[in-house]
Design a protein around this ligand. Structure first.
Ligand SMILES: Cc1ncc(C[n+]2csc(CCOP(=O)(O)OP(=O)(O)O)c2C)c(N)n1
Ligand code: SF4
Ligand SMILES: [Mg+2]
Length: 314
């Protein structure tokens, strides 16, 4: 509300009295839920760009569960709940139906969590990309299966404690490896548009969604959304922790078209990953009883590699 005092061009969708309120109040997300915030901004931006001509498909996960405890719902848009793993396929079918019926003005947006996207829905998503189906897919990445009690996904960062990667043994938390980077995998399908975004930068998120929803073919936006419950962060720290992920280089913001990076958000001042990690109980074992310098350095190396790969300090 506050930014109604800004110039029109500097305001977010949320400050517009004509906003769609796609995800209305009264839902059951935890206080400070990054996913609720990200989805509200993404869907309002998509509704604005399409003049309300939007159909959304939602994979199973926190976003669907907290918004739609049957028979109630907080969605004020055309919205379908798919299975956990088939949101891209359902969205593809709707897009095909709209084409047959000559509803060219109606755009299709599918959305899901990182588990639904990078793991269980991945085959459907890759097929959607490969066929270049006319769908924008938005992944809200909170880095674990939060809705069922914080299990590890292929988007869980190295060293993070989850219910299935406990902080015990000689290598506590999630294993170190390359993980699965779905934005880069999406780029390898040479689809028209891929972007990463964060609730730390809501203008940037809105811009990317507005741009993506009006394109044609398969598009993918991957949004970093802190989860206070799963990450062990204060509800009031959601934006702060999201910003540190970006400023440390752990979550690079970029856009790519047809497989080539076309834009990236540079970092004004790189912060050490330690500043990001220390705010989160899921990394507490890296600092107790004494700092685990070796594993913190390995996480720093991941951030440094991102910065070099995307030229974030140039
Ligand atoms: C086939 C199938 N397996 C498991 C489940 C149980 N399940 C529902 S939501 C969920 C976790 C969702 O995780 P994610 O996609 O990351 O979304 P988040 O809740 O973190 O936002 C699981 C395992 C299911 N609904 N369907
Ligand atoms: S568990 Fe996490 S993702 Fe789910 S509603 Fe709570 S804060 Fe949001
Ligand atoms: Mg998740």
């Amino acid at each position: 509300m506050g930014n109604r005092l800004l110039n029109e061009a500097d305001r977010t969708v949320q400050s517009d009295s004509g906003r769609s309120d796609s995800l209305d109040s009264g839902h059951r997300a935890c206080q400070g839920c990054g996913e609720a915030l990200g989805a509200r901004y993404a869907l309002d931006a998509a509704m604005r760009a399409t003049n309300g001509q939007l159909i959304a498909v939602n994979a199973t996960g926190c976003l669907e569960v907290f918004s739609t405890p049957y028979p109630e719902t907080s969605w004020r848009i055309a919205w379908l709940h798919s299975l956990f793993g088939n949101a891209p396929a359902i969205a593809t079918g709707i897009a095909a139906a709209m084409k047959v019926k000559h509803h060219d003005d109606i755009r299709i947006l599918a959305q899901g969590g990182d588990g639904g996207t990078t793991d269980i829905g991945f085959a459907c998503l890759s097929g959607m990309f490969e066929r270049n189906d006319d769908v924008l897919y938005v992944c809200y990445d909170n880095e674990a299966y939060m809705n069922t009690g914080v299990q590890r996904s292929s988007a869980t960062p190295a060293a993070a404690r989850t219910a299935t990667t406990p902080a015990v043994g000689s290598e506590p938390g999630n294993v170190f490896g390359q993980g699965k980077n779905v934005p880069l995998i999406a780029m390898a399908h040479f689809i028209p548009y891929v972007a990463t975004a964060s609730v730390a930068n809501l203008h940037d998120l809105e811009d990317k969604i507005e741009r993506a929803i009006l394109m044609r073919g398969a598009r993918y936006v991957h949004v970093h959304v802190p989860c206070p419950l799963g990450w062990g962060t204060a509800s009031s720290d959601t934006i702060r922790v999201a910003r540190l992920a970006v400023e440390s280089g752990l979550f690079p913001l970029f856009e790519a078209e047809h497989g080539e990076v076309t834009a990236r958000t540079t970092i004004r001042r790189q912060v050490p990953v330690e500043e990001y990690l220390r705010l989160q109980k899921r990394f507490a074992h890296l600092f107790k009883p004494k700092p685990d310098a070796d594993r913190i350095a390995r996480l720093q190396a991941i951030a440094d590699r991102n910065i070099a790969r995307f030229g974030l300090l140039n």
